[in-house]
Design a protein around this ligand. Structure first.
Ligand code: NAD
Ligand code: TYD
Length: 355
């Protein structure tokens, strides 16, 4: 794939913006099309540093709109798709499941259909094509205190979000088996880093601590997540996109498990230091609140396959990654103000509608 034309869906979101930046900067010969509907989670300010590069193009559109998706594929004739667009927040999926079904399932099927009709003619698959679906470890369900998710762990999703992602994973694999669509899939653990929308635990806590607001910890804070620095995930996506075997899935994880309450306490002490506050000031904001319904206890990824077969491993220790993340949020107050006010949505909507 030396002169690839790649559609990256969801490129204005948290992980997508890191993936777009990496591909635009590292592969000047590729044409990168960022296909994003700019929902509340999509923000073109995330890509300010690369938006004028000649190998970058932005397409505003909705993956649930089959006619739009089909026309885009006909116009661009992509060599590959890296599919990140999704509704991604578990709490929102509990209040509004249908939006998750539409984007995560129907939207994925629209992309699969468009790829199938563009790449497969008379049952012959064009060579050099790739549909890469990005998914989550949450499809595997919840672990007890021990054990890890491997690529062979049975799916057992337990929230509307994880059920919608599990459906999309199954459909991606079904298109491979049924139509020989050249797919690859990865399931990653919780990401953290810059440009993360402040509804998720780490950026929400940073924002609240900065503003001396309560930091909500669900239940007793005993739930465990395996945290990976977002740029390590973007690097894994690069490796799997270029070297992953067709029809295979890969687990991506940080090998970095934290109980929520321990993570928040560590974050509080980092914030006290960075803000020159008396030790214990930020921790006094910790507030235990009603638990999330059906809250999964523990996620932990075994990424041996990716490490052994493709040579990827996480690069950052959590303490270092967390400090870098806090530094970014403290240095980018304007970004935080903008996304919490929602003002960017009208600004960019306007700008692109006017073109
Ligand atoms: P995000 O919510 O930050 O971004 C999602 C992006 O998709 C936004 O830019 C949004 O505008 C776009 N989008 C949403 N609906 C759309 C639609 N109908 N049409 C076009 N674009 C649409 O999400 P994220 O955290 O960056 O996650 C990206 C992907 O990675 C998702 O598929 C998610 O399931 C997966 N994932 C996330 C994590 C995590 O920790 N955040 C971990 C593992 C996997
Ligand atoms: P979150 O960032 O929403 O990611 P996910 O649900 O996909 O793992 O939540 C991470 C963990 O933090 C999860 O166990 C729920 C918990 N949590 C809180 O305790 N308080 C909060 O305000 C949020 C948003 C999450």
């Amino acid at each position: 794939m030396s002169k690839s034309t790649i559609i990256i869906t969801g490129g204005a979101g948290f992980i997508g913006s890191h993936v777009v930046r990496r591909f635009v900067n590292n592969y000047p010969d590729y044409k990168i099309y960022n296909f994003d509907n700019l929902t509340y989670a999509g923000n073109l300010a995330n890509l300010k540093d690369i938006e004028l590069k000649s190998n970058y193009h932005f397409i505003k559109g909705d993956i649930t709109d089959a006619a739009f998706v089909n026309k885009l594929f006909a116009d661009i004739n992509p060599d590959a798709v890296i599919h990140l667009a999704a509704e991604s927040h578990v709490d929102r999926s509990i209040t509004n499941p249908l939006e998750f079904i539409m984007t995560n399932i129907v939207g994925t099927v629209n992309l699969l259909n468009a790829a199938r009709h563009t790449w497969i003619k008379d049952k012959k698959v064009s060579s050099g094509k790739r549909f890469y679906h990005i998914s989550t470890d949450e499809v595997y369900g919840s672990l007890g205190n021990t054990g890890f998710f491997t690529e062979n762990t049975s799916y057992d999703p337990r929230s509307p979000y994880s059920a919608s992602k599990a459906s999309s994973d199954h459909l991606v694999m079904a298109y491979h088996h049924t139509y020989h669509l050249p797919v690859v899939l990865s399931n990653c653990s919780n990401n953290y880093g810059s440009h993360h929308f402040p509804e998720k635990l780490i950026p929400l806590a940073i924002n609240n601590i900065k503003n001396m607001k309560p930091v909500p910890v669900y239940g007793k804070g005993e739930n465990v997540r395996d945290w990976l620095y977002v740029e390590d995930h973007a690097r894994a996506i690069d490796v799997i996109f270029h070297k992953g075997k067709e029809g295979e899935k890969y687990n991506v994880g940080g090998n970095n498990e934290w109980k929520n309450i321990d993570l928040i306490r560590l974050l509080c002490s980092v914030m006290d230091k960075k803000l020159n506050r008396k030790e214990g000031t930020s921790a006094s904001l910790i507030t235990f609140v009603t638990d999330r319904p059906g809250h999964d206890l523990r996620y932990a990824i075994d990424s041996t396959k990716l490490q052994n077969e493709l040579g990827w491993k996480p690069s950052l220790q959590f303490e270092e990654g967390l400090e870098k993340t806090v530094d970014w949020y403290l240095a980018n107050d304007a970004w935080l103000q903008q996304v919490t006010s929602g003002e960017y949505m009208t600004y960019y909507q306007h700008q692109y509608d006017a073109r």
